[in-house]
Design a protein around this ligand. Structure first.
Ligand code: IPE
Ligand code: IPE
Ligand code: MG
Length: 253
């Protein structure tokens, strides 16, 4: 059904040859530009979100092929509730449809379907689909797909602080034992390594409240391509650029 949209696709990056020994372990993507993509085609914004799902499919496949271990996709932020109700509803409906339609294929490809964010505020049907998908795929051994939903970096840090305070009051943790590793385990991303590479299509150069704690030393990659036009070769270009950067972590090389 998405074939129709593809004909309008802008030319994306030329292909590059990657170093398979230096594939980022964790890639996080701010999937942006769906609305603009639709506007350029005089379509309703929700058509942009629909078209963006095709990109998700391609990117997951490519990550699995390349051996990326974690893929975090920013799908709905704590600020996205500000959007018109019909757009929010459409996004929630698309999420349910996506999980139902793609489940078998993702499961067959060994993908773990996980999520981060406060999903308790999502419609019950979304919560149920997410929990079921996770329970059925948690033992898979392919790429871990983290869908960031009602996710906000500040909300995540605050929620971690609240849980930590409770544990301190209950005597389960002492203030002296706190360090960055201990605190990381209070975040939604517990057990997930920090992202090596953060990708933001659509031309914006900001984090928009994404993975604020975890991105301390992530490499950033921006592109003007809107998410529905983003292809496997754009992903490979981002990885190629990442592989040609020097990560110093504050030290010297
Ligand atoms: C990203 O595309 C999808 C979500 C935030 C849910 P946008 O809807 O933000 O697209 P633009 O930025 O308006 O083009
Ligand atoms: C960030 O995109 C959130 C997601 C992609 C889910 P936005 O479109 O909401 O961010 P801003 O408003 O441009 O910063
Ligand atoms: Mg946007």
């Amino acid at each position: 059904m998405f074939k129709f949209f593809k004909s309008n696709k802008v030319k994306s990056s030329i292909d590059v040859s990657l170093d398979y020994n230096k594939i980022p372990k964790h890639i996080a993507i701010i999937m942006d530009g769906n609305g603009r993509w639709a506007k350029q085609r005089k379509l309703p914004r929700t058509m942009g979100h629909k078209a963006g799902i095709e990109t998700i499919r391609k990117v997951i496949k490519e990550c699995n092929k390349l051996g990326v271990q974690y893929l975090t996709l920013y799908a709905f932020s704590t600020e996205n509730w500000k959007r018109p109700q019909n757009e929010v509803n459409a996004l929630m409906q698309l999420l349910v449809e996506y999980l139902r339609k793609e489940f078998d294929e993702l499961n067959k490809n060994n993908v773990v379907i996980s999520h981060i964010g406060d999903i308790s505020k999502l419609p019950k049907v979304c919560q149920n689909e997410l929990i079921e998908a996770y329970n059925k795929t948690k033992n898979n051994t392919g790429v871990v797909l983290n869908l960031a939903l009602n996710y906000g970096g500040r909300a995540e840090i605050l929620s971690g602080i609240k849980d930590l305070c409770k544990d301190i009051i209950d005597g389960k943790k002492s203030i002296n034992s706190l360090n960055e590793k201990v605190f990381s385990d209070y975040l939604y991303t517990k057990g997930v390594p920090d992202p090596d590479l953060i990708i933001r299509p659509s031309g914006e150069q900001r984090l928009s409240n994404f993975l604020l704690w975890q991105c301390a030393y992530s490499e950033f990659w921006y592109s003007n391509i809107n998410w529905p036009d983003f292809t496997e070769s754009d992903l490979r270009r981002a990885i190629y650029d990442y592989q040609n950067r020097e990560r110093r972590y504050g030290g010297i090389k």
